[in-house]
Design a protein around this ligand. Structure first.
Ligand SMILES: [Zn+2]
Length: 89
């Protein structure tokens, strides 16, 4: 399966990307990581790297991909990518 990273827009094998989904709250204004790829609903795919994350945030890619209106709280995704970076450091 090939997916497009919402950060750098490069196409990549799905297994090298992390899935991001809209949070469960009614407002739906949070983006959350879905490392297992098991959560229902729309998903966006992102390289788990700070660079792609920043690109995605700058172009508000999560809002577009997840059909969230207004500002998106992506703190959970940011924290998750950071934790991955720490592990590999
Ligand atoms: Zn990327």
């Amino acid at each position: 399966m090939i997916r497009t990273c919402v950060g750098c827009r490069q196409r990549a094998e799905k297994t090298t990307l992390v899935r991001v989904v809209a949070g469960p709250d009614e407002a739906g204004r949070t983006a959350e990581p879905d490392p297992d790829g098991t959560r229902p609903g729309r998903g966006a795919h992102l390289h788990p790297s700070d660079r792609c994350l920043q690109l995605a945030l700058e172009r508000r890619a999560f809002a577009r991909a997840l059909r969230i209106e207004g500002p998106v709280n992506a703190d959970a995704v940011v924290a998750w990518v950071r934790s991955l970076a720490d592990e590999s450091a």
